[in-house]
Design a protein around this ligand. Structure first.
Ligand code: IPE
Ligand code: IPE
Ligand code: MG
Length: 237
């Protein structure tokens, strides 16, 4: 039995391998990130044409601050620059943006914060594709924030233990986002790197060797075929 008939509603991607792509070409690591923009754009078009309604991409993790300050500065610049150059085009395509992560962090430049807020606002009525940009995102931070929110709510509302258990997930930043059907990680690493730990409970994991900047629509078609060949039983049989 397989999953042929099931539709892929939500694809989450750990876009990895930009640095290696650049090093293979004897280019600076940052040019791998720049090239990754084209893969993201191809993936957005592919998702829209395949009627995949949710796409979550890991753009910057809470651990990525540990990289060299030059690379961190470039990634902050790059996030702003993509939004400045391309958000109108994505808006025209019907893409609705959400930024998932600790966006209040003082390490994030104010300009980035403003652009992300504006982009959410500008695209909020779109419905072709929900694009969740995980930026300064880490699951440990996300779960910790949800616990803090629940704790603060509980001080006001005095919830019972049962109410706490039932409503725990509603304390996450975007509790309305469906859990991913597929997690794709590129570039050969087979780990989760602090991404969506809670939400991936029954997600199909797909790891491919292709570096993120080399991802194209044929590769994405194969990911979809792989998903359809999986048998999702959720603990039944
Ligand atoms: C992923 O590519 C992009 C980000 C983490 C921002 P990497 O920069 O991790 O590329 P590799 O893993 O070093 O090749
Ligand atoms: C995960 O990739 C983060 C993003 C893709 C944004 P990393 O390259 O940072 O993860 P590790 O270091 O290989 O676990
Ligand atoms: Mg990496």
């Amino acid at each position: 039995m397989n999953n042929k008939e099931a539709s892929l509603k939500h694809l989450a991607i750990i876009m990895d391998g930009n640095g290696r792509w650049a090093l293979n070409k004897e280019l600076p690591r940052t040019s791998g990130h720049a090239e990754g923009e084209h893969s993201l754009s191809r993936t957005i078009d592919w998702a829209i044409s395949n009627k995949i309604k949710w796409l979550t991409v890991y753009a910057f993790s809470t651990e990525n601050w540990l990289r060299s300050s030059d690379e961190v500065d470039y990634l902050m610049f790059f996030n702003r620059d993509i939004l400045i150059r391309r958000r109108d085009e994505f808006n025209d395509k019907g893409v609705k943006f959400r930024f998932l992560g600790n966006l209040n962090d003082e390490k994030i430049p104010d300009e980035n914060k403003i652009l992300m807020k504006e982009t959410e606002e500008i695209t909020k009525n779109n419905s072709n594709l929900n694009l969740v940009f995980a930026f300064n995102y880490g699951s440990h931070n996300e779960i910790h924030s949800a616990i803090m929110k629940l704790h603060n709510n509980n001080l006001e509302k005095m919830l019972s233990l049962e109410e706490i258990t039932d409503s725990f997930y509603s304390n996450f930043q975007y509790p309305d986002i469906p859990f991913p059907d597929v997690l794709l990680r590129t570039a050969g690493e087979e780990r989760i790197s602090n991404f969506l730990l809670y939400q991936l409970a029954y997600t199909e994991l797909i790891f491919i060797d292709t570096l993120w900047p080399d991802v194209n629509q044929d590769i994405l078609d194969n990911v979809l075929l792989e998903f359809k060949s999986r048998n999702r039983t959720y603990g039944k049989n």
